[in-house]
Design a protein around this ligand. Structure first.
Ligand code: C2O
Length: 548
């Protein structure tokens, strides 16, 4: 196995987008930032130099960080941020994982421009469980704002409103020709007729789930969240924020140009969101250049096409017996029922809150606890050094208020139900199994919440609509070949059930991957105790771990 070393210089970068010059925060002068390529078993060493004016951390999204929790990256969960002018070296080994991952900043909304691909290929001598593709292509779907993303996020927090609506979606950093001044700012992929390409697709958008489609071409899904699936043929993908999907694309159409396109899947009527569309173009070798001839255009589903989204999300199954496949743990030690909801918060007396409703602050919660990170040292430091008073381990296993989707007066969105703030998390014994039913109670701003778990992948046993009913819905669990993921879009007005084994000591964040929902409390964390041997004990922090 090799050592793969990178330096990320994070600093201001001036770019032209949507008719104007903008100063953004970027790594190594690129948007998206540098790609990391390695193989299973390699050790990654990434030196992050913070030459930006902001506090920052970097998270390696989807990488388990087995016994290397100090390198995970979420701000105040596993580390204090790297202050401007300082550096931190992230060092971790890729253990029993391969596929498409990505890295992004895990402070404020900096990840809008501070993100990139991580491609982990099989060990030398191992191969994919599908025919070797001719070429591999990272496709990062992103979101763009004309304006300073940190200032906008701070303002939204101060005024208690939802996140600022973006000005564009992007493919590999480019908005594409449907936006002003963007005719030549479009991602282009050249292909050879007859060849098969592995598209490694990531939804790096900040506040939106996306539909993705290519004109006239079918795609074969072969992996989700870096876990191999049974091949699934589709003409449209639904990618929740934070998810990755690998597809095989065969250039089997007549020589020509074909658009790819992505736009929001936003399930609720009346929800305000960026309804624009980003496009890129696939140009066959030998085709006239795309400007000279109109490429074929894919027809995307309607924004609120929940049946299409649900069909896609529930049709995927794990490749049983494939590389890194793991069977569903059958013995459950810790059963949780967790409501995921938007709530309201009291407006501070010195500000005007713009709601909704006006005069209140938008807030979010899990089991009616609105998560607040600590401020003086990270949860992981508190765990490792046994510091009391930083968190409590009494996260409610069941919601304190009974939830009924059909009766808004007793659900987590009841306008007068202000979710209390807290740093309440769940303590788990090493190797214990957790089953979590997540019930999406959101009625204000109803949308699929992309719930992401750090440190582990989970089996998705079932998902559905309405109130979760233990009597009937547990019978629907797929215990044979459920998809394995690290991020799940919990259906609007519905639920999802996940199961995972807590085999990695440390503190692991779980949160909604919308940056608008994380800082208002849609989060919790698990603290997993050390195992019985030195090989299952978290080592001490690296000497250069940033201090608060
Ligand atoms: Cu991609 Cu906690 O995040």
């Amino acid at each position: 196995a090799a050592i793969v070393e990178h330096s990320f210089n994070v600093q201001n970068l001036t770019v032209n987008r949507l008719c104007n010059r903008h100063v953004i925060t970027a790594a190594n002068g690129r948007l998206p930032g540098p790609s990391i390529r390695a193989r299973e078993g390699d050790t990654l060493i990434i030196h992050v130099f913070n030459k930006s004016p902001y506090n920052l951390t970097i998270h390696w999204h989807g990488i388990h960080q087995m016994l290397s929790a100090w390198a995970d990256g979420p701000d105040m969960i596993t580390q204090c941020p790297i202050r401007p002018g300082n550096k931190y070296t992230y060092k971790f080994k890729i253990i029993k994982q391969e596929g498409t991952f990505w890295w992004h900043s895990h402070t404020s909304t900096l990840r809008a421009t501070l993100y990139g691909a991580i491609i982990i290929r099989p060990r030398a001598g191992s191969s994919y469980p599908f025919p070797k593709p001719y070429r591999e292509v990272p496709i990062l779907l992103g979101e763009w704002w004309n304006g300073n993303v940190v200032d906008m996020a701070n303002q939204a927090l101060a005024h208690g409103t939802g996140p600022n609506i973006s000005d564009a979606y992007t493919i590999n950093g480019w908005p594409g020709d449907l936006y002003p001044c963007s005719q030549n700012q479009m991602y282009k992929l050249k292909v050879k007729q007859g060849k098969t390409y592995l598209l490694r697709i990531t939804n790096a958008a900040v506040d939106n789930n996306l539909f993705y489609k290519i004109a006239n071409h079918k795609m074969i899904v072969v992996a989700v969240d870096a876990r191999y699936t049974n091949p699934y043929v589709t003409d449209v993908l639904v990618v929740a924020s934070g998810q990755t999907i690998d597809v095989l694309l065969t250039a089997d159409q007549p020589i020509g140009s074909y658009y790819m396109a992505a736009r929001a899947y936003a399930s609720a009527a009346g929800l305000e969101f960026d309804s624009t569309t980003t496009r890129g173009v696939i140009v066959y070798e030998g085709a006239p250049s795309w400007t000279s001839r109109t490429p074929l255009i894919p027809v995307l589903p309607a924004f609120n096409d929940t049946p299409t989204a649900h069909k896609f999300s529930t049709s995927l199954t794990a490749l049983v017996g494939g590389p890194h496949w793991e069977p569903v743990p059958l013995k459950v030690d810790h059963k949780m029922f967790v409501t995921i909801g938007m709530a309201l918060d009291v407006c501070p007396s010195n500000t005007t809150c713009q709601g909704p409703p006006v005069g209140a602050k938008l807030s979010a919660s899990m089991n009616n606890v609105s998560f607040v990170p600590p401020s003086s040292l990270s949860l992981l430091q508190a765990f490792f050094f046994n510091v009391r008073g930083v968190y409590t381990t009494d996260f409610p296993v069941k919601p304190p208020v009974q939830f009924d989707y059909t009766n808004p007066s007793i659900n987590g969105d009841r306008p007068l139900l202000f979710a209390p703030k807290g740093t309440r998390i769940t303590k788990l014994k090493f190797n214990s199994t957790v089953e979590m039913v997540m019930q999406n109670t959101a009625i204000i701003g109803a949308e699929n919440h992309p719930m992401h778990l750090h440190g582990f992948d989970f089996h998705v046993l079932a998902q559905g609509f309405g109130n979760f009913n233990p009597a009937t819905d547990t019978l629907k669990y797929n215990l044979f070949n459920p998809q394995i993921r690290h991020t799940i879009g919990v259906p609007v007005g519905g639920w999802a059930v996940i199961r995972f084994v807590a085999n990695n000591p440390g503190v692991w964040f779980m949160h909604c991957h919308f940056d608008g929902h994380l800082p208002i409390g849609l989060a919790t964390a698990f603290v997993v105790e050390n195992g019985p041997t030195p090989e299952t004990t978290l080592p001490p922090p690296p000497v250069d771990l940033p201090q608060c």
